[in-house]
Design a binder for this molecule. Structure first.
Ligand code: RFL
Ligand code: PHB
Length: 389
C-alpha cells in the first residue's frame, strides 16, 4: 500500500490524527494490533479538558459529546472532615467535561468508517523502516497471516506505551518516575454520589470518586504496588471508599452498587525526547506517560495530534517543513507542564509512610482551598491550557 501518512495505533491519538489529516486533505492508513471492538471497549480516561472538547467539536465530533457529556464547573478537594469545591468556571472561565475515552473512541471509529478510512485491525509484528529517508515504511503481518507493507511520506507512532515506534528513535533522552503505589479502579452500576469529582486525601490512602454517566460511577483507591485484585472483595472496596471519601460527614453518603469492572493500575511518569526522528513522529502515550491523578493522559494525546496534523499538512501539501521541524519542541512544552501537574497532584494526594510529608500535603491542600491564587493555578492546569501553550 502507498499512502501519505502511515499511522501505527488506532487509539484516540491515531484515530484523531487521521480525522484531522483527512480534513486537511492528507491521506493516511492506520494499522492496529487489536480489534475495533477491543479498542472501543477499553476502559480508561474520563475527563476532557475544554480545549479537547473544542477540538472534537471543530472536527465534527461534537454531537454525542454535547448531548451525553456532562460539563463540570470544577472539582471537590477533600481531607478528613473537610470538603472544598474549586470552581474553575469562576476562577478561570473554563470547564471540563465528563465523557469516557470509550465514547471518544466510538465517535472517532464511526467518523473514520463513514469517511472510508483504511484501518487494518489485528496486525502483528509491526515494524518501522527507513525513517531517515523520504520513503519510510511500516511492515506488519495482517489478520490473515500474510505480510503487509505501507510505503509513506511520513510514519506516526500513536502506538501507546508498549508499541514499537518509540524504540525506532535512536539515542533518545528519557526520564522516568515510578510511584510507590497503584490505583485499584472500579466501575459500578450506581448513580454517582456526588455532582462533581471528589479527590480525597486520607491517612489510609487517596480515593477518587469519578463517574461516567447518571447511572455509572467510576471510583479509585490508592493501593500498594503489586496488589492482587482478588484480595479486594466488593465489600472491602466499598468500605474503604466510604471511609476515605467521608461517608457520614456532614450528612453525605456514598451509595454502593454492583461492581462491573475491577483492575489495578500501576502509576508512572515517562517522557522521551525528541518526539521526532527524520520522517517518524511520536504522539500520545508513545512518547509520554503521566499518572492519572491529573486526568491528563488522553488530553495530552489530543494536544499532540492537534499540533502534528497541521504540521504534516504543511510539510506534505504546502512543502513547508518548518512546523514539522518545530513539532517536538512545541509539543514537549505542554508535555512537561502536564508531567509536572500530574506529578504534583499525585504527590500531594497519595499518602506515604512519612508523617512530615503528610503535614506538607495537608498544608498544601488547605492553601489551595483558601487561596484564590493557589486554586487558580490548579484550575488553569486541570481545565487545560490552550493547545498551543
Ligand atoms: P493508546 O490509547 O494506548 O492507543 C495506542 C494504540 O496502539 C495500539 N498498538 C499497536 N498498533 C499496531 N502495532 C503495534 N505494535 C501496536 N502496539 C500498540 C494499541 O493497541 C492501541 O490501540 O494511546 P493514545 O492513543 O496515545 O491515547 C492515550 C490514552 O489512551 C492514555 O493517555 C490514557 O488512557 C491514560 N489512562 C488514563 N488517563 C486518564 O486521564 N485517566 C484514566 O483514568 C486513565 N486510565 C490510562 C488509564 C491508561 C491505561 N493504560 C495505557 C495501560 C488506564 C490504563 C489501563
Ligand atoms: C476517570 O474518570 O477515570 C478519572 C477521572 C479523573 C482522574 C483520573 C481518572 O484524575
Amino acid at each position: 500500500m502507498r499512502t501519505q501518512v502511515a499511522i501505527i495505533g488506532a487509539g484516540p491519538a491515531g484515530l484523531l490524527l487521521s480525522q484531522l489529516l483527512d480534513a486537511a486533505g492528507v491521506e493516511s492508513v492506520i494499522v492496529e494490533t487489536r480489534s475495533r471492538e477491543y479498542v472501543e471497549a477499553r476502559i480508561r480516561a474520563g475527563i476532557l479538558e475544554q480545549s479537547t472538547v473544542d477540538l472534537l467539536r471543530s472536527c465534527g465530533l461534537g454531537e454525542r459529546l454535547d448531548t451525553e457529556g456532562d460539563v463540570h464547573r470544577g472539582i471537590h478537594l477533600q481531607w478528613p472532615r473537610e470538603r472544598h469545591h474549586l470552581d474553575f468556571s469562576e476562577l478561570i472561565g473554563r470547564t471540563v467535561t465528563v465523557y469516557g475515552q470509550t465514547e471518544v473512541t466510538k465517535d472517532l471509529g464511526r467518523a473514520r468508517a463513514a469517511a472510508g478510512q483504511e484501518i487494518v485491525y489485528e496486525v502483528s509484528g509491526t515494524a518501522v523502516h527507513d525513517p531517515e529517508t523520504e520513503r519510510p515504511s511500516v511492515t506488519y503481518t495482517g489478520p490473515d497471516g500474510r505480510p503487509g507493507r505501507i510505503e509513506a511520506d511520513v510514519v506516526v507512532g500513536c502506538d501507546g506505551s508498549f508499541g514499537p515506534a518509540r524504540a525506532a528513535v535512536p539515542d533518545p533522552q528519557t526520564w522516568e518516575r515510578v510511584y510507590p503505589y497503584s490505583w485499584l479502579g472500579i466501575l459500578a452500576d450506581v448513580a454517582p454520589s456526588t455532582d462533581e469529582l471528589i479527590y480525597a486525601w486520607h491517612p489510609d490512602g487517596f480515593a477518587l470518586h469519578s463517574m461516567r454517566s447518571a447511572t455509572v460511577s467510576r471510583l479509585y483507591l490508592q493501593v500498594p504496588n503489586g496488589t492482587d485484585v482478588a484480595t479486594w472483595s466488593d465489600d472491602r472496596i466499598w468500605t474503604a471508599l466510604a471511609t476515605r471519601l467521608g461517608h457520614g460527614q456532614d450528612g453525605w453518603t456514598l451509595n454502593p452498587g454492583p461492581i462491573t469492572e475491577k483492575s489495578v493500575l500501576p502509576m508512572r511518569s515517562f517522557v522521551q525526547q525528541p518526539m521526532r526522528h527524520g520522517r517518524l513522529f511520536l504522539a500520545g502515550d508513545a512518547a509520554h506517560i503521566v499518572p492519572p491523578t491529573g486526568a491528563k493522559g488522553l488530553n495530552l494525546a489530543v494536544a499532540d495530534v492537534a499540533l502534528l496534523a497541521p504540521a504534516l499538512a504543511s510539510l506534505l501539501r504546502d512543502k513547508d517543513p518548518a512546523p514539522a521541524e518545530a513539532y517536538s519542541d512545541t509539543a514537549l512544552r505542554r508535555v512537561w507542564r502536564c508531567t509536572h501537574f500530574s506529578w504534583w497532584m499525585t504527590t500531594m494526594l497519595h499518602t506515604s509512610e512519612d508523617p512530615f510529608d503528610a503535614q506538607l500535603q495537608l498544608s498544601q491542600l488547605r492553601w489551595l482551598a483558601t487561596s484564590e491564587a493557589g486554586a487558580t493555578g490548579l484550575a488553569e492546569n486541570y481545565a487545560g491550557l490552550p493547545i498551543g501553550f
